[in-house]
Design a protein around this ligand. Sequence first.
Ligand SMILES: [Zn+2]
Length: 49
Amino acid sequence: MEHPLLYYCVKCEQLKAIEQAGVLFRTGFYRAQYPLGCCARCKQADPTV
Ligand SMILES: [Zn+2]
């Protein structure tokens, strides 16, 4: 499977470039193709994520 270029930030609720991801979850996907994650900004705002 090719590495996706986008991920879905669960806090912002939008797709973002994967290189800006603070955290990527391996357990879920958005629309079956984009990995779920959390951008660096959201991660800073909520360190428990
Ligand atoms: Zn975010």
